[in-house]
Design a protein around this ligand. Structure first.
Ligand code: Q9C
Ligand code: ZN
Length: 341
């Protein structure tokens, strides 16, 4: 399987996120991608290539123009105030308040974000756009006839919606690739999100659409980030009714429960008649993940790859989360090698 990778991911290297009431070192760090790339090479998964540049157009098919402009200029506005440390928001609009874009950078950070865990840095825009290019270059390979490709995206994307960032995500790599796949002729795209966290951004981007089916297995929003989306009752709306399927699982869930949900999600993908598949490949379901509460073991990731392969669809794997850095490469690449068997 071809891997697409860009060193530009290093440009996103935040110092700190707010966790448990304390500023702590970012869990989403450059070493994550290094470990995955190392494993790709160790097992000889296949060729590793650099991304092509697709520009802003495919991004604007998914994200709002004012949001994209904000991301592109946020660091300049922040540093113009003499600040050289990471930019983090401090407060948000809630029920009953206005939803208007403020004029000043501190207000804009709040307006366009949903958490204080996602620092904007000097290199954020370049890293996030490189990550999009990695996703789209993987798609090119599949459009060129490959059965699958692995887009080793970093920063991740599935928490980013049309008009907001958060959850370590700025631009939604998987959603941009799914949209590009539709624009290049796919009839119906399925997105299967196996990251530990609900892919709130991806769900919300496609929630009212029938042409992209979104399904996700994740920590129950009653207990887990992002808390405000990911319930089983969310099945899509308007023309998209029936084109969204969530499988929330309680803290402590192991592969017995998780693989049952995977089987149901896969059956739904088949029933939907998808002809293209994007996998949001997070491996923070691992038992040793420092911020997550599922109990998957490294061997289980082989079973995930096998089940996905049984769908028999052209498949683009897009890297999302996974914070047990020593195991992230083993777990992610286990999915990919088993898919290829
Ligand atoms: N107590 C992804 O996996 N905050 N994002 C966690 C920990 C946010 C995860 C706080 C987690 C975001 C792509
Ligand atoms: Zn995650």
């Amino acid at each position: 399987m071809l891997t697409v990778y860009s060193d530009d991911h290093r440009l996103q290297d935040g110092k700190a996120e707010l966790v448990d009431g304390k500023l702590q070192p970012c869990f989403e760090m450059p070493r994550r991608a290094d470990m995955v790339l190392d494993r790709v090479k160790t097992v000889g998964l296949g060729e590793v290539v650099e991304p092509k540049n697709f520009g802003k157009e495919p991004i604007l098919r998914v994200h709002a123009e004012n949001f994209v402009t904000f991301l592109e200029t946020a660091w300049d506005e922040w540093s113009a105030l003499g600040r050289s440390h990471d930019a983090l928001p401090l407060n948000w609009s809630v029920r009953g308040m206005q939803n208007r874009e403020p004029e000043v950078i501190d207000g804009k950070l709040s307006y366009f974000s949903f958490d204080a865990g996602t620092p904007v840095t000097a290199g954020t825009w370049r890293a996030a756009t490189a990550s999009v290019n990695v996703a789209l270059t993987g798609l090119e390979a599949v459009l060129g006839g490959a059965r699958s490709a692995f887009s080793l995206c970093r920063p991740p994307g599935h928490h980013a919606a049309a008009e907001y960032y958060g959850g370590y995500c700025f631009l939604n790599n998987a959603a941009i690739a799914a949209q590009a796949w539709r624009d290049r002729g796919a009839g119906r795209v399925a997105i299967l999100d196996v990251d530990y966290h609900h892919g709130n951004g991806t769900q919300s981007i496609f929630y009212e659409r029938a042409d992209v089916f979104f399904t996700s297995i994740h920590g129950d929003p009653r207990q887990e980030f992002p808390y405000f989306l990911g319930y089983a009752e969310e099945t899509g709306s308007g023309p998209g009714e029936g084109a969204n399927a969530n499988f929330p699982l309680r803290w402590g869930s192991g592969f017995d429960l998780w693989s049952e949900a995977l089987d149901q999600a896969c059956k739904a993908i088949t029933a939907q008649g998808a002809d293209a598949l994007v996998i949001s490949l997070g491996v923070d379901t691992f038992k040793e993940d420092p911020i997550s509460q599922f109990r998957l073991e490294s061997e289980d990731y082989f079973r995930i790859g096998e089940r996905i392969a049984k769908l028999g669809l052209p498949t683009l794997f897009v890297m999302e989360g996974g914070y047990a850095v020593e195991a992230i490469g083993i777990n992610a690449v286990n999915v990919l090698t088993a898919f290829e068997q």
